[in-house]
Design a protein around this ligand. Structure first.
Ligand code: NAD
Ligand code: ZN
Length: 365
């Protein structure tokens, strides 16, 4: 299958994202081209047994010393305790600054291993080999790494760009369907932000994305192009990188209300409901045609994603519970919230100063 290259032109930290089915088997030369002598593969106990040996052997064939360290799967692993274990594993494997930390897994492994790479020896190079759709289209691109604290998610971290991203779309064949759908919500998000043609394409081609046709590679590559473009414009998120939060103000609140219990709601499911709410809210403010909000909901629902507050298992509490959960978001300032709203599909914009009362009357309606 053809390999699609997406460049991320970040000056002296520029790197490439390679997207293609079956990339892992030929990953050796691409990683070896970075010039390291050794690599440690950080993975989790679901992904490791499936793919770590193939990756380690691909590296060893290029003469690299390769070892593997597996962490427990799940969000709870983005912790200080696992950070210590991963840092110590990197040091025990005698990884020098010119060597590589290779993150083989979903966003949990990528964020944790990337942060360890950022701080061990004040910065070791790292490579992302994302194995979930969410990681391939979102978390592996952009250089945000980190762990959670008792005060909230992703509050301790660093910007540390990878030296290379290898997105082998065949690895998604073993991904549970719920995780696949959750990642797909982020794919749709890129169309909704500023690319109506890509949203049209998603409506026509989503089945191929799920079944693993060439459409999957195209969707991953297009998402990476979209995210890379935003990251290059605004690496540190003080400007329009915030557009990537479309659907996330509501989505994060739902995750908080369901206590980050993945049995109830995973991130992408919160985002799917959040995208629908962001569009319906935009309609209620008179900004967006109702037909666009209906199309967004119809498409996400067709793929099996939840789209309404009533779809949250166990419910999502009262309007006040939701507002409280939103108020804990870092995007709240003085009784007003910053939302990403839309004038239509592909026409999103940052809307600061949305009064809490407007959100309340929308949610109560
Ligand atoms: P995850 O890493 O927990 O993976 C989901 C589940 O799928 C896990 O159980 C994992 O073991 C399993 N899995 C992974 N790949 C598999 C495969 N190929 N086959 C079978 N099982 C597989 O979850 P995620 O959704 O990938 O990532 C979520 C994390 O990403 C969150 O912590 C979030 O904060 C973070 N994130 C970071 C950024 C960023 O910019 N750094 C962006 C978005 C999300
Ligand atoms: Zn997200």
């Amino acid at each position: 299958a053809p390999v699609i290259t997406v460049p991320v032109p970040l000056g002296d930290r520029a790197y490439d994202i390679f997207v293609g089915r079956g990339l892992l088997a030929g990953a050796g030369p691409r990683i070896a081209a970075l010039g390291a002598r050794a690599a440690i593969i950080i993975t989790d106990e679901n992904v490791g047994p499936l793919y770590a040996d193939a990756l380690a052997e691909a590296l060893q064939r290029q003469g690299l010393r390769a070892t593997t360290f597996a962490v427990t799967p799940g969000e709870a692993t983005k912790s200080y305790a696992s950070l210590e274990k991963v840092c110590d594993a990197v040091l025990a494997a005698k990884i020098e600054r010119g060597d590589l930390v290779v993150a083989l897994g979903g966003g949990v492994v990528g964020d944790l291993a990337g942060f360890a790479a950022a701080v061990v020896r004040r910065g070791v190079r790292f490579v992302q080999v994302p194995t979930t759709l969410l990681a391939q289209v979102d978390s592996s691109v952009g250089g945000k790494t980190g762990i959670n604290s008792r005060y909230g998610k992703n509050l301790v971290g660093a910007f540390h760009q990878p030296s290379l991203v290898l997105a082998d779309t065949a690895l998604l064949d073993t991904l549970p369907i719920r995780e696949m759908r959750a990642g797909y919500a982020e794919v749709v998000k890129y169309g909704l932000i500023d690319d109506a043609r890509f949203f049209d394409w998603c409506e026509a081609n989503w089945r191929g994305v799920f079944s693993g046709g060439l459409e999957r590679d195209e969707a991953v590559a297009q998402s990476c192009r979209a995210k890379a473009a935003v990251v290059v414009r605004d690496e540190r998120e003080d400007g329009d990188r915030a557009l990537l939060n479309l659907g996330h103000t509501f989505g994060h609140a739902l995750e908080r209300i369901t206590r980050y219990d993945s049995a109830r709601l995973v991130h992408g499911e919160g985002v799917a409901i959040g995208l629908c709410l962001a569009f319906r809210f935009s309609v209620s403010l008179g900004l967006c045609p109702a037909a666009d909000a209906e199309r967004v909901e119809a498409h996400l629902a067709a793929t099996g994603l939840p789209t309404r507050l009533s779809h949250v298992p166990g419910g999502c509490g009262s309007v006040d519970d939701l507002l409280d959960a939103m108020a804990q978001d870092k995007k709240v300032k003085g009784g007003a919230l910053t939302f990403i709203l839309a004038r239509g599909i592909g026409q999103s914009f940052i809307a600061p100063g949305i009064a809490v009362e407007k959100v309340r009357s929308f949610l109560a309606s």
